[in-house]
Design a protein. Structure first.
Length: 374
């Protein structure tokens, strides 16, 4: 059983953001340029470029694909965001106007679970929650400003559709109410929202010792995980905001986190490989298990090509300069590809600064790594 499949999408440029459509046969990616690319999956499992989306005039920072409504959202350093709709007749993707009303670069974008709105983080120290206005045929935004004091790096939606979590450069992870009166929202009370709260009400705030690079609600929405630049993993339960389970890992800074199950997370970052961490008895986080198992290469000698590459890179033709990891540079983003009804992840993907996309099979990894428990 194959534990992973990899493909080099770009040479000389990173894959900075990616998302899959509902059928998992299309992929949208950005490569740190002004262009967004859509790839289609071939019968052999390889991705081939299908079309390009060109509207932004600065580097695209983030993309997201709404699987149910089949809409793509993009944001960029030009302070703009676009919603792309597919014309089924012509096969052309057309952009829709989004009124963000921000003065700094848009940094992160995510659709809500119901796909009737999306959130855009920015360097303007505010979060834009955007919804569609039928009367004018455009997407308008409402802002969440206080008490955000720096650039927003990540956003995630609670499964209820009415609560948001953000991470920012002011060393804070915050949870806000995102219920909109314009869309006649009727949120329910929970541990995150003990009483019904109006839009932009801050429901929780947590401090860290570094930039918060990624934040994620658990499949049930009861827990919240975030990772910071100090290589820490932080987890809190909605019924006990005062007790944060914090694990300071020995790794390099972590950039992204996803939930593998209700009690385990997968993280990736500057170590170039994903690791799995389990929550032990609701009180601590276990030591990380490396998922990128080192595979021994057949044959001990270097090929002529490998020797030439090593000489070109390092000036020494006796050493192979490649790393023992699948990704040859930092992992930027992880995405859940397949999960069951309870949110248990069976497959996930990773992209990195090396221009690769890697598809990981957790079920196959569980059978090949003896210590792996999900």
């Amino acid at each position: 059983m194959t534990t992973k499949t990899e493909q080099q999408l770009f040479v000389g440029s990173p894959v900075t953001s990616h998302a899959f459509n509902g059928a998992l046969d299309k992929l949208v990616v950005s490569d740190n340029s002004t262009t967004v690319y859509i790839y289609a999956k071939e019968a052999n499992g390889k991705w081939t470029k299908e079309t390009e989306l060109q509207k932004h005039i600065e580097r695209v920072k983030c993309v997201d694909w709404a699987p149910k409504t089949n809409r793509i959202a993009t944001c960029a350093g030009d302070r703009n965001a676009y919603v792309w709709n597919l014309n089924e007749t012509t096969g052309v993707w057309a952009p829709s106007l989004v009124l963000l009303r921000i003065e700094r670069a848009a940094t992160y974008i995510r659709w809500s679970p119901a796909e009737d709105r999306f959130a855009v983080g920015s360097g303007a120290r505010l979060l834009s929650v955007c919804f569609y206005e039928n009367e004018h045929d455009w997407w308008v935004s409402k802002h969440i400003k206080k008490p955000i004091r720096s650039t927003i790096l990540c956003v995630d939606w609670h499964p209820s559709n009415y609560i948001l979590a953000i991470g920012s450069c002011d060393f804070k992870c915050r949870v806000f109410s995102s219920a909109l009166k314009e869309t006649y929202d009727k949120p329910e009370t929970s541990g995150w929202m003990p009483k019904l709260s109006k839009f932009a009400t801050m429901l929780a705030e947590f401090s860290t010792q570094g930039w918060v690079h990624s934040v994620k609600f658990s499949p049930s929405g009861d827990k919240l995980a975030w990772v910071a630049h100090d290589a820490s993993i932080n987890i809190v339960h909605m019924d006990n905001h005062d007790t944060v389970i914090r694990s300071l890992t020995p790794s390099l800074p972590i950039l992204t986190v996803i939930w593998a199950s209700e009690n385990s997370v997968v993280c990736g970052g500057h170590d170039n490989f994903p690791s799995l961490f389990n929550i032990v008895a609701g009180e601590s986080v276990s030591k990380g298990i490396r998922l990128d198992v080192k595979e021994k290469k057949a044959g001990g000698g270097m090929s002529a090509m490998a020797r030439f590459k090593a000489l070109d890179r390092t000036g020494d033709d006796t050493k192979d300069a490649s790393l023992d990891t699948t990704h040859q540079n930092s992992i930027i983003e992880l995405r859940v590809v397949k999960s069951d009804a309870t949110g248990n992840c069976s497959q996930f993907s990773s992209i990195g600064m090396d221009g690769k996309i890697v598809h990981w099979d957790l079920d196959a990894l569980a059978s090949s790594i003896s210590d792996l428990k999900i």
